[in-house]
Design a protein around this ligand. Sequence first.
Ligand code: DGL
Length: 284
Amino acid sequence: VPNSRRPRRPKIGVFDSGVGGLTVLRALVERIPGADYLYFGDTARLPYGSKSAHTVAHYAVGAVHYLQDQGAELLVIACNTATALALSEIKAAADVKVIGVVEPGADAAAAVTRKRKVVVIGTEATISSHAYRRALEAREVAVREKACPLLVPLVEEGWVEHAVTEQVARIYLSEAFSEDASDADVLVLGCTHYPLIKPLLRRVAPEHIAIVDSAESTAQDVARQLQIEPPSSAQKSSVQTRSERRTVPQLKFFATDSAEKFRKMGTRFLGLPVEDVLHVDLKE
Ligand code: DGL
């Protein structure tokens, strides 16, 4: 009977330089639980945040081809650095739709700011590419950009509620919100790792500011593209047992460095057990 057939599950490929993009996967899974996910973390070649556009584009295109070969029907570039430096090369190399994190983040920031002035923090490469600046200025929002290169290693160390991280964040944010940016009213988290220190950033940032997490905005954008309703209303309207079965996400992971290391660190970033990890060797 056609009515009893379950809707086809979308297969979403998520790409990142390492484990950080699992914050984007986490947001995707919350927003779209009924999908199959293929996550590729280029852990052997990270960090991307200190590399050139040419190198990042080369790495990202290789990974994206791999995800496509695995059957990804839509690609999410979770890495802010890869999106900022190489989105057009990735789109040119892909046969399926590609969604990066910068445009959804800029949309969310533009919707929230009243002062039309925001601060964006990210890696050195993301900030010097000015991708967020271009995206926000196109939406008539003024931007102060601030590279915060020390935050990625601190988060990877697990120091998400540590006095040192707090001190470092305090210095970066006081520089970011100085002078002509002192009346900015939004802080955009332009890096995969920053959602993990959102409570700390909330404490350290000026009180009146709103925090925009591009992981969440990207998940919303993907749901919109796939025409998927928020899970709460979808679940309410369908039979419990069936909807439960349908809404368990399938997660498969690929890592270019040790699978075991990815499993351990990934669980912390995803907030769910990371089990099915395959080590992948990409040719240079
Ligand atoms: N995933 C990167 C980003 O969002 C941070 C880690 C790295 O530098 O590779 O910019």
